[in-house]
Design a protein around this ligand. Structure first.
Ligand SMILES: Cc1cc2nc3c(=O)[nH]c(=O)nc-3n(C[C@H](O)[C@H](O)[C@H](O)COP(=O)(O)OP(=O)(O)OC[C@H]3O[C@@H](n4cnc5c(N)ncnc54)[C@H](O)[C@@H]3O)c2cc1C
Length: 398
């Protein structure tokens, strides 16, 4: 594998850099880099700037308003965005539902929903998990019963990320119970304003409101909101998951986290010397850096294979496991580097404009919150234990 970018890719990277230097507001980049809390307006602003440049829908073909980028161009752009401090693009409409509608939706669904996702008119959330149906997703129980030209939906979804911001939810629902669990599931698009829907917050370990429970009580959904065929939803759901796991290794995030960790460790003192020179601490930093370098190379191999038409299989699971372990280790080391200053829980300090004197160094403010928040990465998108089962079965033949 040639590790160098082609001249065209270098030109693309320079274009991406100058776009970010020009269009990413300094205040927004400072919020992202400082670990401040982002509001819906922050995401909307960045969404709008990307849209105006035509760089919003990385995973859509150009004919539907997407970038039509190659896997390497996507990789380059993601690296540059993270390095510049751009907010992540909220993935549910753009990276998850969009590709499903492009492949399996009707012409009417594509022409109605895709432009609205691009314009930021509709915010989507993902209604897959239920209490008792996470890893064992096919056991889901939320029921949709046909009544004339509507489905009547009853049940509950949980862990619904940003459901409190969303206008629409794409849901897996049970339309048949007298068959194998996977064969009785359908994929429905539901307007969150429909009577009978209640959204309740779940406050996570870090004290933040990011996820929700969504309850459905006799919710009437037009039959036209079914994607593809009734009872074929499992196929579409799995296709969507391949996009959910795209980039899940988070190499760019880990690289920027490691660089930050090294800076903090060079400023924090232990026994009259910078912590970075403490042999025990330095060993752990070196270990995570070695793991990260190995993972980056592995990730590039997969990106390179995808460039030539390869479809990542078990490799996505390996990247998910290693990538999330590395990101968790970095937040753990950051917490240790800041010692007692990482302990205070001051959620208001994450609001931009908070100007109370910090208890310790300014950079300590978001650390406890980030440490707790990062626990989620080994759970969502298919827990790491489930990924290990996949590796054991598909790669090791166990
Ligand atoms: C922050 C966050 C955001 C999320 N956002 C969304 C969202 O927007 N939409 C959505 O639909 N879902 C979302 N999820 C849900 C996520 O997909 C599930 O939490 C995940 O699939 C695990 O399911 P569970 O929580 O029911 O745990 P369970 O499946 O009950 O698992 C509990 C534990 O048992 C282990 N386990 C389970 N089965 C096995 C097995 N066969 N072998 C070995 N170990 C096993 C798991 O690894 C885990 O450690 C989110 C979750 C989190 C934490």
């Amino acid at each position: 594998m040639d590790m160098n970018f082609t001249p065209e890719e270098v030109i693309f990277r320079n274009e991406a850099r100058s776009f970010l230097a020009d269009r990413l507001p300094d205040a927004l980049a400072a919020k992202v880099k400082g670990g401040k809390r982002l509001g819906k307006a922050d995401y909307e602003l960045w969404h709008d700037r990307l849209k105006k440049r035509g760089w919003l829908a990385w995973h859509w073909p150009a004919e539907h308003g997407g970038t039509g980028w190659t896997p390497i161009e996507k990789h380059i752009f993601e690296e540059e965005c993270v390095a510049a401090g751009a907010p992540r693009v909220v993935p549910f409409g753009l990276n998850m539902l969009g590709p499903v509608l492009i492949k399996f939706g009707s012409d009417e669904q594509r022409s109605h929903y895709l432009p609205r996702i691009l314009n930021g008119d509709d915010w989507w959330c993902q209604g897959y998990s239920e209490p008792g149906s996470g890893s064992d997703l096919a056991s889901l129980k939320t029921k949709a019963v046909r009544d004339g030209d509507h489905y009547v939906v009853n049940g509950q979804k949980t862990w619904t990320t940003l459901g409190h911001f969303a206008d629409w939810i794409f849901c897996l629902v049970r339309t048949d119970s007298d068959c194998k669990p996977q064969e009785g599931i359908s994929f429905l698009l539901i307007d969150m304003k429909t009577p009978g829907i209640t959204v309740q917050p779940i406050i996570t370990l870090d004290g933040e409101h990011e996820v929700n429970e969504v309850f459905f009580e006799d919710v009437r959904v037009p039959v036209g909101n079914l994607v593809g065929e009734e009872n074929k939803g499992w196929t579409y759901a799995k296709y969507l998951l391949t996009y959910e796991r795209t980039g899940i290794a988070g190499v760019a995030f880990a690289k920027s986290g490691l660089a930050h960790l090294k800076q903090v460790a060079s400023r924090q003192m232990k026994g009259g010397k910078p912590l970075a020179q403490d042999p025990l601490f330095a060993t752990r930093v070196a270990q995570v850096e070695i793991d990260l370098m190995a993972m980056e190379t592995f990730n590039l191999r997969i990106v390179s294979a995808a460039q030539h038409g390869g479809v990542p299989g078990v490799e996505s699971s390996m990247l998910k496991i290693k990538g999330t372990e590395i990101r968790q280790e970095i937040t753990d080391l950051l917490r240790r580097a800041l010692g007692p200053y990482a302990a205070p829980f001051v959620p208001e300090a994450l609001d931009a404009g908070y100007n109370e004197p910090p208890i310790g160094p300014d950079e300590a403010n978001p650390v406890a919150s980030q440490y707790f928040n990062m626990r989620k990465v080994s759970i969502y998108g298919g827990s790491n234990e489930i990924q290990k089962n996949i590796v054991a079965k598909m790669m090791l033949g166990l």
